[in-house]
Write a protein that binds this ligand. Structure first.
Ligand code: MTE
Length: 301
């Protein structure tokens, strides 16, 4: 069993916010769709992983569709309409279709996962996510043999997303994983933070979280998931393949061409912040290193 499920939950890790259920989960239950079972805290954070307050998590964001400034998403993302929401699941699956978000939730086993988010810009924070494994959703739709990668797409709504006016990236924001990465039990589709609905600036209503990779792999406000044979187009890799690899596993030994990845600034740690040493695979090596056995991680960065 991975280390992360073994450790015990400590009283000080439980915040008042965790007493609340996700509003949409309650609504889904009330609507008779069948409430996705909500597991208690199935595991705790590894030793010393103290969640940032909600204020940090919701006011220091990257969501370029709302602007490139760290406070732009907090300022503009409230305009994003997240109800109704549906996710197209297509490509090499047995049951393709446009799935209503409520239907996805109704069948989901919601867990809490406290993960460190390590941005490629060399900062990090600790976020208590609620969500379900991507594997559980992929199992539901039935992945066909021959599928090797999963492609993801963010919604594009120029009238609600002022950042789309600027050609910073080739919109829509797109990301991808190898199928074994997508099926890994640490890979989460997040629906909440601190037991509440996901704030819009964090990627409501559904966003990917892959804790051993740089934060930009965690694509927000997902509207499409495609199973395919070939390695997908990904926005940051397309924008600058020398700086942003397809894998983008957190690796303190592979520097970004313009800065070191050996250490990271801890968001919210005092007036001047503090720095910590960046860990290989963001500290999740015990669980995921096997996925890359035999690969040259300098080349496949
Ligand atoms: N997803 C979309 N659609 N657009 C973005 O600009 N930024 C990425 C990722 N997902 C981004 C995105 C980057 S660079 C990071 S570090 C994380 O979201 C930040 O997530 P957070 O704002 O919830 O901390």
């Amino acid at each position: 069993m991975p280390r992360i499920w073994k450790s015990t939950f400590k009283d000080h890790d439980v915040t008042p916010e965790q007493a609340y259920l996700n509003r949409r989960q309650i609504m889904a239950g009330a609507a008779g769709l069948g409430l996705g079972s909500i597991a208690g805290p199935a595991f705790a954070a590894p030793e010393g992983l103290e969640p940032n307050p909600l204020e940090d998590i919701t006011n220091y964001n990257n969501y370029y569709e709302f602007g490139t400034g760290k406070t732009d998403p907090a300022e503009h993302a409230h305009a994003l309409t997240t109800e109704p929401w549906s996710v197209k699941i297509d490509g090499m699956v047995d049951r393709p279709g446009d799935y209503q978000f409520e239907d996805i939730l109704a069948n989901a086993q919601i867990e809490e996962r406290i993960y460190r988010l390590r941005c490629v810009e060399a900062w990090s924070m600790v976020i208590p996510w609620n969500g379900f494994t991507l594997a559980s959703l992929l199992d539901r739709v039935g992945v066909q043999s021959g599928a090797r990668f999963v492609a993801f797409e963010t919604v594009t709504r120029p009238e609600e997303m002022p950042g789309l006016r600027y050609p910073v990236l080739d919109w829509p924001y797109r990301e991808g994983l190898r199928l074994d990465e997508a099926m890994h039990p640490l890979t989460l589709l997040a629906t909440g933070i601190y037991g509440k609905d996901l704030p819009n600036q964090n990627g409501a209503p559904l966003r990917l979280v892959v804790p051993w990779k740089y934060g930009f792999k965690g694509i927000k406000s997902i509207v499409r998931i495609t199973l395919q044979e070939e390695m997908p187009f990904t926005s940051w890799n397309d924008a600058n393949p020398r700086e942003y690899g397809f894998y983008s596993n957190v690796n303190p030994q592979v520097d970004h061409p313009r800065w070191s990845q050996a250490t990271e600034r801890v968001i919210g740690a005092g007036l001047f912040g503090s720095r910590r040493e960046t860990e290989m695979f963001n500290g999740y090596g015990e669980e995921v290193a096997d996925l890359y056995a035999g690969m040259d991680l300098q080349k496949n960065f």
